[in-house]
Write a protein that binds this ligand. Structure first.
Ligand SMILES: Nc1ncnc2c1ncn2[C@@H]1O[C@H](COP(=O)(O)OP(=O)(O)OP(=O)(O)O)[C@@H](O)[C@H]1O
Ligand SMILES: O=P(O)(O)OC[C@H]1O[C@H](OP(=O)(O)OP(=O)(O)O)[C@H](O)[C@@H]1O
Ligand SMILES: [Mg+2]
Length: 279
């Protein structure tokens, strides 16, 4: 039975649970720590997001869902297997507005963060010597409260930084999102069903099916607009003069594609969402 670690709280937990449910796995009803799902050949362990890389690194669980930033900060040897498209953020330095514009200026300063390893590695690689002050959260308050000169933290909209009077500077340390990680002991094969299911959810979330009718002479122009994943399905209509075409298109391009198809002569253009898929 495949052992999978899932975040039990924080901003990763709800979207991770949602994604696994969409992939057909059992959903936790209460606060269970362990949830067997024998019908799907897996067992879920609900753990703190920060600890997940540690368990996967030790190989006591085969795979887990965590943040790329948390994986890198853990310093353990677990492999990022697939990006999952939620909890997207950047990891950045910030200081009082207008005071800093380069990472080199951090030398000799105090940097507050919850991601000590990630920050210390980054500064060491650039030859910048600074004091890293560890905090569990609400890192943006550290400058106002006088325990640090600079912060390094997760930024999504930037509103938390702004409300603390801080401004980002330097390049982002990394782009993070939720990732499926696997232990070195787990083979790609053992993860293949879970991985295909998660990939199916990602595709179902970001693609739609488009159907339309088009005359024989306009078929080639229309098909160029919708090349699909492999190749669109083209079926003759009963009237013998036109075709029905079906293809997948990126959800965020659907309206542009419909406009282009209409211009190319397609009619009865319909878009439907994909509930689930295996690519
Ligand atoms: N506002 C946010 N937007 C996007 N991703 C975020 C945000 N805050 C945290 N994350 C991501 O969530 C993961 C951290 O999860 P974790 O549960 O430890 O922290 P949290 O969501 O801040 O919860 P808490 O602070 O309550 O412990 C990291 O991968 C981080 O990049
Ligand atoms: O750029 P924003 O959209 O403002 O989001 C980023 C903030 O969200 C998270 O904080 P969280 O609410 O989890 O509190 P924490 O700092 O205590 O972890 C993160 O640590 C940042 O502080
Ligand atoms: Mg937080």
């Amino acid at each position: 039975m495949l052992r999978i670690a899932v975040p039990n709280k924080g901003s990763l937990s709800e979207p991770a649970a949602e994604m696994l449910a969409e992939a057909g796995y059992r959903r936790r009803r209460g606060r269970e720590l362990v949830l067997p799902d024998p019908d799907n050949g897996v067992e879920f362990f609900f753990l703190r997001p920060r600890d997940i890389a540690v368990y996967v690194g030790e190989g006591t669980v085969d795979a887990g869902i965590t943040g790329r930033d948390l994986l890198l900060d853990s310093g353990v040897e677990a492999t990022e297997h697939r990006a999952l498209g939620f909890a997207r953020s950047t990891f950045r330095f910030a200081a009082p507005a207008g005071t800093m514009d380069d990472v080199a200026q951090i030398a000799g300063k105090r940097v507050a963060t919850s991601y000590d390893v990630l920050v210390a590695d980054y500064l060491r690689e650039r030859g910048v010597e600074a004091k890293v002050v560890h905090l569990d959260g609400a890192v943006e308050s550290a400058v106002q409260l006088g325990i640090a000169d600079v912060v390094a933290d997760v930024v999504e909209t930037g509103s938390t930084l702004r409300s603390a009077g801080l401004e980002v500077f330097g390049e982002p340390l990394l782009q993070s999102e939720a990732v499926l990680i696997r232990s070195k002991k787990a083979t790609q094969n053992e993860l293949s069903v879970l991985d295909r299911r998660l990939q199916g959810v990602l595709v179902a979330r970001s693609y739609v099916l488009i159907d339309y009718d088009v005359s024989a002479e306009k078929l080639e122009d229309a098909v160029r607009v919708t090349p699909g994943f492999e190749s669109p399905t083209v079926s003759p209509l009963h009237n013998g003069a036109s075709y029905a075409v079906r293809a997948m298109v990126a959800k965020d391009a659907a309206n542009r594609v419909m406009d282009e198809l209409y211009e190319a002569g397609a009619r009865a253009i319909l878009v439907t969402s994909i509930h689930a898929c295996r690519i």
